[in-house]
Design a protein around this ligand. Structure first.
Ligand code: DLL
Length: 432
């Protein structure tokens, strides 16, 4: 279902015009009100009047996460602090967190783009949304919450974790929509099986999953185990939280809500713009936000864009599901490897679970990658199981896909830690 036909199906020429107008206004505001951006523009010799349409965006400076951290906490504010009604931050696990400060108008935009997101999977007023994204400074919980309110659906703000309670609520309240990370949805499915809860008998019909990378194979697994339509949703704290892009029912790329967030793809090494269809780093500019608007933010997420029309009728550019992150990319003996490529291979193997971890070590100057994959109960208890044979077979499949040798280790069911939020897939011991 299309939430806002006026904007979501706007002809592309009109969309470009609107984006151009919004960009000009944004640049003018940032230059006048935010010294951080004025300095950056001055250093490139660009003035607001040089920007006349959306095509001029490539003249503007990029913004990186490190630069944002340097001006923590309020250096990116484009309005008076008294205009701010809510603040979220990134987790800050690798340094100072990045701050997203919302005005009432920004919360309104967030509610709108999240309503568009939830509507893609058919969420409507009569739906009951079990929101298992974490509430708090993380944007997942409140983002979904505002979107569900805008639609008029019933939201159950259960937040992440407490898996038994999730299952009880799911059955007692007849939740029809589930929102959480893809890895947590599989953990829920596993817990349901153990508790004897038949998920095909619940009211679930759609699930909105994101905040971490997942593969097409993982989607199939989630859809089969939870008996719902699984929609990939994308966003990041620096931009607004979830609500930047979402798949439609066709599940063929994520529609970027381009009237609010302008996407570009660049070569991460040179910063040069890349054409549609070519893989590179996604860069986003917020066209309408007031509190902490962002110019050409380098997301570090790798994807590509497709501006061809979608069968659903929306006219916005679609981004391919995130292929990996520039900083999650493992370089193993000179070969670039993304965890998603490994996931795609192992989830196609009979007898293993969608729970895995990658351990990288350096021995005698050589990188070694160990892929730990959980066996399912059947393989684990099978007396004539041929674990070594299975391990070698997966190693061969991985070699076929990645062209590097890995060591595959089948581990006992439940031995890999489950996460209520984002899964931790990589343990890189090389830095120790
Ligand atoms: O994860 C916002 C969000 C909440 C998105 C709920 C979707 C659902 P951050 O914690 O700032 O914000 O993390 C942003 O997570 O740059 C991506 O690397 C990754 N990410 C988010 N959605 C997806 C997705 C939220 N659908 C970072 N697929 C982003 C792959 C994703 N990666």
């Amino acid at each position: 279902m299309i939430w806002d036909t006026d904007y979501e199906t706007l002809p592309r020429t009109e969309l470009a015009k609107l984006q151009g107008e919004r960009l000009c206004r944004l640049v003018d505001v940032l230059y006048r009100r935010v010294p951080f951006y004025r300095r950056k523009m001055d250093s490139l010799g660009v003035k607001p009047l040089d920007i006349r349409g959306i095509e001029d965006i490539i003249r503007l400076p990029f913004t990186t996460k490190d630069e944002m951290r340097e001006v923590y906490p309020y250096g990116l504010l484009a309005v008076d602090l008294k205009e701010i009604v809510e603040i979220h931050t990134s987790s800050g696990t690798t340094g100072k967190p990045v701050v997203d400060a919302y005005t009432a108008g920004d919360i309104d935009i967030w509610s709108e783009v999240m309503a568009r997101t939830l509507a893609t999977g058919g969420t409507a007023r009569h739906d009951i949304v079990q929101n298992a994204f974490g509430y708090g400074l993380f944007t997942g919980g409140l983002g979904v919450h505002y979107g569900a309110h805008r639609i008029g659906a019933t939201v159950i703000p259960i937040s992440g974790g407490n898996t038994k309670r999730q299952l009880a609520i799911l059955q007692d309240f007849g939740s029809t929509v589930l929102t959480c990370t893809p890895s947590y949805s599989l953990y829920l499915a596993e817990a349901a099986r153990e508790e004897g809860v038949d998920l095909s008998k619940t009211g679930l019909k759609a699930g909105f999953f994101g905040a971490e990378p997942w593969s097409e194979t993982m989607r199939k697994e989630i859809e089969a185990k939870l008996h719902l339509l699984a929609i990939d949703i994308y966003g990041l704290t620096e931009i607004i939280g979830p609500g930047v892009a979402s798949e439609c029912e066709r599940q063929d790329g994520l529609h970027v809500f381009e009237d609010h967030f302008y996407p570009e793809i660049i070569d991460p090494a040179t910063g040069k713009s890349l054409p549609d269809g070519e893989k590179g780093e996604l860069v986003i500019t917020t066209l309408t936000k007031s509190g902490t608007p962002v110019l050409r933010y380098r997301t570090r997420d790798i994807t590509y864009l497709d501006r061809r029309p979608c069968a659903c009728g929306r006219t916005s550019a679609r981004m391919h599901r995130v292929l990996g992150r520039t900083d999650d990319m493992l370089i193993i003996r000179g070969v670039n490897v993304f965890p998603s490529q490994i996931e795609q291979v192992i989830l196609a193997v009979e007898g293993v679970e969608p729970h895995y971890q990658l351990v990288v070590e350096r021995r005698d100057q050589l990188d070694e990658l160990e892929v730990q994959v959980e066996m399912n109960e059947r393989l684990f208890s099978d007396e004539i199981r041929n674990l070594e044979g299975t391990e070698r077979r997966i190693e061969e499949m991985l070699f076929g896909a990645l062209n590097i040798h890995t060591r595959v280790k089948l581990v006992e069911p439940k031995s890999i830690a489950r996460s209520e939020g984002k899964a931790k897939r990589i343990i890189d011991k090389r830095q120790l």
